[in-house]
Ligand binder design. Structure first.
Ligand SMILES: *[C@@H]1O[C@H](CO)[C@@H](O)[C@H](O)[C@H]1NC(C)=O
Ligand SMILES: *[C@@H]1O[C@H](CO)[C@@H](O)[C@H](O)[C@H]1NC(C)=O
Ligand SMILES: *[C@@H]1O[C@H](CO)[C@@H](O)[C@H](O)[C@H]1NC(C)=O
Length: 352
Protein backbone atom coordinates (compact mmCIF):
# COMPACT_ATOMS: atom_id res chain seq x y z
CA UNK A 1 0.00 0.00 0.00
CA UNK A 2 2.75 2.35 0.98
CA UNK A 3 4.83 1.62 -2.08
CA UNK A 4 1.98 1.85 -4.53
CA UNK A 5 1.03 5.17 -2.99
CA UNK A 6 4.55 6.44 -3.32
CA UNK A 7 4.82 5.33 -6.90
CA UNK A 8 1.52 7.01 -7.68
CA UNK A 9 2.96 10.19 -6.20
CA UNK A 10 6.09 9.89 -8.31
CA UNK A 11 4.08 9.37 -11.46
CA UNK A 12 1.96 12.39 -10.78
CA UNK A 13 5.08 14.44 -10.46
CA UNK A 14 7.08 13.00 -13.33
CA UNK A 15 4.55 12.75 -16.10
CA UNK A 16 1.63 15.02 -15.54
CA UNK A 17 3.55 17.95 -14.14
CA UNK A 18 7.03 17.36 -15.61
CA UNK A 19 8.92 18.52 -12.60
CA UNK A 20 11.82 17.27 -10.54
CA UNK A 21 11.36 17.07 -6.84
CA UNK A 22 13.53 16.75 -3.78
CA UNK A 23 11.14 15.85 -1.00
CA UNK A 24 12.48 15.15 2.45
CA UNK A 25 11.60 15.00 6.10
CA UNK A 26 12.85 17.37 8.78
CA UNK A 27 12.09 16.84 12.46
CA UNK A 28 11.45 19.56 14.97
CA UNK A 29 14.61 21.34 16.07
CA UNK A 30 12.85 23.54 18.62
CA UNK A 31 9.60 25.48 19.09
CA UNK A 32 10.24 28.88 20.57
CA UNK A 33 9.85 32.67 20.41
CA UNK A 34 12.81 33.53 18.19
CA UNK A 35 12.94 34.91 14.66
CA UNK A 36 16.52 35.58 13.56
CA UNK A 37 15.33 36.74 10.12
CA UNK A 38 12.62 39.29 10.99
CA UNK A 39 13.73 40.10 14.56
CA UNK A 40 17.45 39.31 14.75
CA UNK A 41 18.87 39.62 18.25
CA UNK A 42 15.42 39.90 19.83
CA UNK A 43 14.85 37.41 22.64
CA UNK A 44 11.97 36.82 22.82
CA UNK A 45 10.55 37.70 19.41
CA UNK A 46 6.90 38.82 19.30
CA UNK A 47 5.36 35.40 18.53
CA UNK A 48 6.07 31.67 18.58
CA UNK A 49 7.66 29.71 15.73
CA UNK A 50 8.34 26.06 15.05
CA UNK A 51 11.76 25.46 13.54
CA UNK A 52 13.42 22.61 11.64
CA UNK A 53 16.89 22.16 10.15
CA UNK A 54 20.45 22.78 11.31
CA UNK A 55 21.55 23.45 14.86
CA UNK A 56 23.20 26.79 14.05
CA UNK A 57 19.72 28.32 14.55
CA UNK A 58 20.08 31.14 17.07
CA UNK A 59 18.73 34.51 18.21
CA UNK A 60 21.07 36.20 15.78
CA UNK A 61 22.28 34.52 12.60
CA UNK A 62 24.67 36.91 10.97
CA UNK A 63 24.64 36.35 7.19
CA UNK A 64 28.44 36.56 7.12
CA UNK A 65 28.51 33.33 9.10
CA UNK A 66 28.18 30.37 6.66
CA UNK A 67 25.82 28.14 8.63
CA UNK A 68 26.57 25.25 6.29
CA UNK A 69 30.00 25.33 7.86
CA UNK A 70 29.11 26.09 11.48
CA UNK A 71 26.17 23.75 12.16
CA UNK A 72 27.11 20.31 13.42
CA UNK A 73 23.82 18.45 12.92
CA UNK A 74 20.50 18.80 11.13
CA UNK A 75 17.03 17.41 11.72
CA UNK A 76 16.60 16.80 7.97
CA UNK A 77 17.27 13.51 6.20
CA UNK A 78 19.57 15.27 3.73
CA UNK A 79 22.50 15.42 6.10
CA UNK A 80 24.16 18.36 4.34
CA UNK A 81 21.12 20.59 4.57
CA UNK A 82 21.81 22.82 7.58
CA UNK A 83 19.27 25.40 6.40
CA UNK A 84 16.56 26.53 8.79
CA UNK A 85 12.89 26.60 7.91
CA UNK A 86 10.31 27.95 10.31
CA UNK A 87 6.66 28.97 10.47
CA UNK A 88 4.12 30.37 12.87
CA UNK A 89 2.54 27.92 15.34
CA UNK A 90 -1.12 26.91 15.43
CA UNK A 91 -3.14 27.21 18.65
CA UNK A 92 -6.59 25.98 19.59
CA UNK A 93 -8.83 28.46 21.38
CA UNK A 94 -11.30 26.55 23.55
CA UNK A 95 -14.87 27.56 24.33
CA UNK A 96 -13.67 28.91 27.69
CA UNK A 97 -11.19 31.21 25.98
CA UNK A 98 -7.97 29.39 26.89
CA UNK A 99 -5.35 28.32 24.33
CA UNK A 100 -3.44 25.14 23.64
CA UNK A 101 -0.70 24.58 21.10
CA UNK A 102 -1.76 22.21 18.32
CA UNK A 103 0.88 19.48 17.91
CA UNK A 104 2.18 18.48 14.50
CA UNK A 105 2.02 15.02 12.98
CA UNK A 106 4.60 13.34 10.81
CA UNK A 107 3.79 13.19 7.12
CA UNK A 108 2.59 9.86 5.73
CA UNK A 109 5.22 7.20 6.41
CA UNK A 110 7.91 9.68 7.37
CA UNK A 111 9.10 9.57 10.94
CA UNK A 112 9.68 13.19 11.83
CA UNK A 113 10.11 13.73 15.56
CA UNK A 114 7.48 16.08 17.00
CA UNK A 115 5.77 16.15 13.64
CA UNK A 116 8.34 18.35 12.00
CA UNK A 117 7.84 19.38 8.40
CA UNK A 118 8.36 18.03 4.92
CA UNK A 119 10.50 20.19 2.67
CA UNK A 120 10.30 20.33 -1.12
CA UNK A 121 12.70 21.77 -3.70
CA UNK A 122 11.01 21.57 -7.07
CA UNK A 123 12.38 22.44 -10.49
CA UNK A 124 10.32 22.32 -13.65
CA UNK A 125 11.64 20.18 -16.50
CA UNK A 126 11.18 22.93 -18.92
CA UNK A 127 12.99 26.02 -17.75
CA UNK A 128 14.45 28.59 -20.09
CA UNK A 129 17.67 28.67 -18.04
CA UNK A 130 19.21 26.26 -15.52
CA UNK A 131 17.85 26.42 -12.00
CA UNK A 132 20.20 28.38 -9.75
CA UNK A 133 20.51 27.10 -6.21
CA UNK A 134 20.90 29.53 -3.33
CA UNK A 135 24.20 30.94 -2.04
CA UNK A 136 25.48 31.12 1.53
CA UNK A 137 23.83 34.06 3.27
CA UNK A 138 20.62 33.82 1.20
CA UNK A 139 17.35 34.18 3.08
CA UNK A 140 13.74 34.99 2.32
CA UNK A 141 10.29 35.27 3.82
CA UNK A 142 7.01 33.92 2.43
CA UNK A 143 3.75 35.45 3.57
CA UNK A 144 2.90 38.39 5.82
CA UNK A 145 2.13 37.86 9.49
CA UNK A 146 -0.34 40.80 9.55
CA UNK A 147 -2.43 39.66 6.56
CA UNK A 148 -6.01 38.78 7.31
CA UNK A 149 -7.48 38.94 3.78
CA UNK A 150 -7.09 36.94 0.56
CA UNK A 151 -4.49 38.30 -1.86
CA UNK A 152 -4.07 37.78 -5.57
CA UNK A 153 -2.25 34.47 -5.90
CA UNK A 154 -1.56 32.61 -2.71
CA UNK A 155 1.27 31.76 -0.35
CA UNK A 156 -0.52 29.12 1.73
CA UNK A 157 -2.79 26.26 0.72
CA UNK A 158 -4.76 24.41 3.37
CA UNK A 159 -6.20 20.92 3.15
CA UNK A 160 -8.66 19.51 5.67
CA UNK A 161 -8.21 15.76 6.21
CA UNK A 162 -11.37 14.10 7.49
CA UNK A 163 -9.46 11.08 8.75
CA UNK A 164 -5.94 9.83 9.34
CA UNK A 165 -6.40 7.36 6.47
CA UNK A 166 -7.06 10.16 4.07
CA UNK A 167 -3.98 11.92 5.38
CA UNK A 168 -1.72 8.84 5.31
CA UNK A 169 -2.62 7.71 1.83
CA UNK A 170 -2.66 11.10 0.25
CA UNK A 171 -6.13 11.45 -1.09
CA UNK A 172 -6.89 13.35 -3.11
CA UNK A 173 -4.22 14.64 -5.46
CA UNK A 174 -1.15 14.75 -3.22
CA UNK A 175 1.17 17.07 -5.12
CA UNK A 176 -1.33 19.11 -7.03
CA UNK A 177 -4.09 21.40 -5.90
CA UNK A 178 -7.41 19.83 -4.98
CA UNK A 179 -10.67 21.66 -5.62
CA UNK A 180 -11.36 21.55 -1.90
CA UNK A 181 -8.05 23.18 -0.89
CA UNK A 182 -8.44 26.63 0.60
CA UNK A 183 -6.27 29.71 1.04
CA UNK A 184 -7.75 30.27 4.51
CA UNK A 185 -7.93 27.98 7.53
CA UNK A 186 -10.60 25.31 6.96
CA UNK A 187 -13.89 26.09 8.70
CA UNK A 188 -14.96 22.51 9.36
CA UNK A 189 -13.63 19.92 11.79
CA UNK A 190 -10.59 18.10 10.36
CA UNK A 191 -10.34 14.76 12.15
CA UNK A 192 -7.18 13.76 10.24
CA UNK A 193 -5.38 17.07 10.61
CA UNK A 194 -4.99 20.35 8.76
CA UNK A 195 -2.20 20.39 6.22
CA UNK A 196 -0.71 23.69 5.16
CA UNK A 197 1.74 24.07 2.30
CA UNK A 198 3.61 27.36 2.28
CA UNK A 199 5.26 28.38 -0.97
CA UNK A 200 8.35 30.56 -1.35
CA UNK A 201 9.03 32.77 -4.41
CA UNK A 202 10.71 31.19 -7.46
CA UNK A 203 12.52 34.15 -9.03
CA UNK A 204 15.52 36.09 -7.70
CA UNK A 205 17.12 39.40 -8.71
CA UNK A 206 20.47 37.60 -8.84
CA UNK A 207 22.16 40.24 -6.69
CA UNK A 208 20.88 40.53 -3.13
CA UNK A 209 21.13 37.68 -0.66
CA UNK A 210 18.50 39.46 1.43
CA UNK A 211 16.68 42.80 1.52
CA UNK A 212 15.30 44.73 4.52
CA UNK A 213 11.78 43.32 3.98
CA UNK A 214 13.26 39.85 3.18
CA UNK A 215 11.04 39.81 0.07
CA UNK A 216 12.03 42.40 -2.53
CA UNK A 217 15.00 40.40 -3.85
CA UNK A 218 12.65 37.58 -4.85
CA UNK A 219 9.37 37.41 -6.77
CA UNK A 220 6.46 35.16 -7.56
CA UNK A 221 5.93 35.05 -11.34
CA UNK A 222 2.42 34.99 -12.73
CA UNK A 223 1.24 31.42 -12.83
CA UNK A 224 3.04 29.59 -15.65
CA UNK A 225 4.91 32.72 -16.77
CA UNK A 226 8.69 33.04 -16.86
CA UNK A 227 10.54 35.09 -14.25
CA UNK A 228 10.09 38.86 -14.68
CA UNK A 229 13.00 40.95 -16.04
CA UNK A 230 13.50 42.50 -12.60
CA UNK A 231 14.03 39.03 -11.07
CA UNK A 232 15.37 36.98 -13.96
CA UNK A 233 17.08 34.15 -12.07
CA UNK A 234 15.04 30.99 -11.62
CA UNK A 235 15.53 29.47 -8.18
CA UNK A 236 14.06 26.18 -6.95
CA UNK A 237 10.44 26.25 -5.81
CA UNK A 238 10.87 25.69 -2.09
CA UNK A 239 7.76 24.83 -0.18
CA UNK A 240 7.19 23.36 3.23
CA UNK A 241 4.40 21.13 4.40
CA UNK A 242 3.14 21.07 7.96
CA UNK A 243 0.32 18.92 9.27
CA UNK A 244 -1.38 20.14 12.41
CA UNK A 245 -2.95 17.40 14.51
CA UNK A 246 -6.42 18.83 15.09
CA UNK A 247 -8.15 15.52 15.83
CA UNK A 248 -8.52 15.86 19.59
CA UNK A 249 -9.93 19.40 19.40
CA UNK A 250 -13.40 18.17 18.58
CA UNK A 251 -16.53 20.22 18.13
CA UNK A 252 -17.67 19.82 21.72
CA UNK A 253 -14.82 22.21 22.64
CA UNK A 254 -15.42 24.70 19.81
CA UNK A 255 -17.15 28.05 20.38
CA UNK A 256 -20.92 27.66 20.78
CA UNK A 257 -21.55 29.43 17.47
CA UNK A 258 -19.49 26.79 15.64
CA UNK A 259 -16.91 29.25 14.33
CA UNK A 260 -13.50 27.76 13.61
CA UNK A 261 -11.35 27.82 16.74
CA UNK A 262 -7.78 27.77 15.47
CA UNK A 263 -5.49 30.76 15.54
CA UNK A 264 -1.88 31.22 14.47
CA UNK A 265 0.68 32.43 16.99
CA UNK A 266 0.73 35.99 15.61
CA UNK A 267 -2.98 36.30 16.48
CA UNK A 268 -4.33 35.25 13.08
CA UNK A 269 -7.63 33.35 13.06
CA UNK A 270 -7.93 33.49 9.24
CA UNK A 271 -4.80 31.68 8.04
CA UNK A 272 -4.05 34.43 5.51
CA UNK A 273 -1.23 35.63 7.76
CA UNK A 274 0.56 32.31 7.92
CA UNK A 275 4.21 32.78 6.97
CA UNK A 276 7.46 30.89 6.61
CA UNK A 277 11.10 31.87 6.84
CA UNK A 278 14.04 30.32 5.00
CA UNK A 279 17.70 30.72 5.84
CA UNK A 280 19.83 28.84 3.33
CA UNK A 281 22.46 26.57 4.83
CA UNK A 282 23.34 23.71 2.51
CA UNK A 283 26.94 22.68 2.85
CA UNK A 284 28.97 22.87 -0.34
CA UNK A 285 27.35 22.70 -3.75
CA UNK A 286 25.30 19.51 -3.35
CA UNK A 287 22.01 21.31 -3.90
CA UNK A 288 23.19 22.93 -7.15
CA UNK A 289 24.52 19.60 -8.38
CA UNK A 290 21.26 17.86 -7.56
CA UNK A 291 19.36 20.57 -9.47
CA UNK A 292 21.71 20.23 -12.47
CA UNK A 293 21.34 16.44 -12.43
CA UNK A 294 17.53 16.79 -12.29
CA UNK A 295 17.42 14.41 -9.34
CA UNK A 296 14.13 13.23 -7.92
CA UNK A 297 14.19 12.04 -4.34
CA UNK A 298 11.01 11.12 -2.49
CA UNK A 299 12.10 10.61 1.05
CA UNK A 300 10.55 7.37 2.19
CA UNK A 301 12.41 6.87 5.39
CA UNK A 302 14.33 4.67 6.12
CA UNK A 303 15.04 4.16 2.41
CA UNK A 304 14.73 7.18 0.16
CA UNK A 305 13.09 6.50 -3.20
CA UNK A 306 15.43 7.98 -5.75
CA UNK A 307 15.33 8.74 -9.46
CA UNK A 308 17.24 8.34 -11.68
CA UNK A 309 17.76 4.67 -10.72
CA UNK A 310 21.51 5.22 -10.45
CA UNK A 311 20.67 7.58 -7.61
CA UNK A 312 21.58 11.13 -6.79
CA UNK A 313 25.17 10.88 -5.59
CA UNK A 314 25.31 14.61 -4.90
CA UNK A 315 23.04 14.33 -1.90
CA UNK A 316 24.11 12.65 1.31
CA UNK A 317 21.34 11.26 3.48
CA UNK A 318 21.04 10.18 7.08
CA UNK A 319 18.36 8.02 8.67
CA UNK A 320 15.42 9.72 10.28
CA UNK A 321 16.56 8.15 13.54
CA UNK A 322 19.85 10.05 13.37
CA UNK A 323 18.09 13.23 12.21
CA UNK A 324 15.75 12.97 15.20
CA UNK A 325 18.70 13.16 17.58
CA UNK A 326 19.45 16.72 16.52
CA UNK A 327 17.47 19.18 18.63
CA UNK A 328 17.86 22.39 20.58
CA UNK A 329 16.72 23.56 23.96
CA UNK A 330 14.54 26.67 24.00
CA UNK A 331 16.64 29.84 24.32
CA UNK A 332 13.44 31.88 24.67
CA UNK A 333 11.59 29.76 27.20
CA UNK A 334 7.80 29.44 26.81
CA UNK A 335 5.44 26.68 27.93
CA UNK A 336 4.61 24.32 25.07
CA UNK A 337 1.96 21.92 26.27
CA UNK A 338 -0.11 23.72 28.88
CA UNK A 339 -3.44 25.49 28.60
CA UNK A 340 -2.65 29.20 28.36
CA UNK A 341 -4.72 32.27 29.24
CA UNK A 342 -3.27 34.14 26.25
CA UNK A 343 -1.14 33.46 23.20
CA UNK A 344 2.59 33.60 24.02
CA UNK A 345 3.75 37.22 23.89
CA UNK A 346 0.13 38.23 24.64
CA UNK A 347 -0.47 38.47 20.91
CA UNK A 348 -3.96 39.94 20.42
CA UNK A 349 -6.26 38.17 17.98
CA UNK A 350 -7.05 40.44 15.07
CA UNK A 351 -9.53 39.93 12.24
CA UNK A 352 -8.42 42.69 9.89
C1 LIG B 1 23.94 31.33 20.06
O1 LIG B 1 24.49 32.60 20.30
C2 LIG B 1 25.07 32.73 21.58
C3 LIG B 1 25.44 34.19 21.79
O2 LIG B 1 26.21 34.64 20.73
C4 LIG B 1 26.25 31.78 21.69
O3 LIG B 1 26.81 31.84 22.96
C5 LIG B 1 25.76 30.36 21.42
O4 LIG B 1 26.85 29.47 21.40
C6 LIG B 1 25.03 30.27 20.11
N1 LIG B 1 24.43 28.96 19.98
C7 LIG B 1 24.55 28.25 18.86
C8 LIG B 1 23.84 26.94 18.85
O5 LIG B 1 25.18 28.64 17.89
C1 LIG C 1 -10.75 25.33 29.35
O1 LIG C 1 -11.18 24.26 28.53
C2 LIG C 1 -10.25 23.22 28.34
C3 LIG C 1 -10.86 22.25 27.36
O2 LIG C 1 -12.09 21.81 27.80
C4 LIG C 1 -9.91 22.59 29.69
O3 LIG C 1 -9.00 21.54 29.52
C5 LIG C 1 -9.31 23.69 30.57
O4 LIG C 1 -9.01 23.16 31.83
C6 LIG C 1 -10.28 24.84 30.70
N1 LIG C 1 -9.65 25.91 31.43
C7 LIG C 1 -10.28 26.63 32.35
C8 LIG C 1 -9.48 27.70 33.02
O5 LIG C 1 -11.44 26.43 32.64
C1 LIG D 1 7.80 22.68 -22.43
O1 LIG D 1 7.82 23.93 -23.08
C2 LIG D 1 7.26 23.90 -24.38
C3 LIG D 1 7.48 25.26 -25.02
O2 LIG D 1 7.11 26.30 -24.14
C4 LIG D 1 5.77 23.53 -24.27
O3 LIG D 1 5.19 23.47 -25.54
C5 LIG D 1 5.66 22.17 -23.61
O4 LIG D 1 4.31 21.86 -23.37
C6 LIG D 1 6.39 22.17 -22.27
N1 LIG D 1 6.39 20.82 -21.75
C7 LIG D 1 6.05 20.54 -20.49
C8 LIG D 1 6.12 19.09 -20.16
O5 LIG D 1 5.72 21.38 -19.69
Amino acid sequence: MLWSSLIALVLVARNAEAIHTLRFACSQLVTERLDPLVNPGKNPSPHMHQIVGGNAFNTTMDPSNDIGETATCTTCTFSEDFSNYWTAVLYFRARNGTFKRVPQIANQNLAQAEGGMTVYYISPDNTTSPITAFRPGFRMLAGTAENRKPESGFVNLYRCYDSYDENMFFKPNPMGIAATDTTELPKSFCGGGIRVNTFFPTCWNGVDLDTPDHKSHVAYPDRGAPCPATHPVEIPQVFIETIWDTEKFDKSLWPEDGSQPFVFSQGDPTGYGHHADYVFGWKGDGLQKAMDARCDVYDASPEPLIFPPEGCPHLKTQSQKVANQCSQRQVAVEPLDEWLDALPGNMPITYS
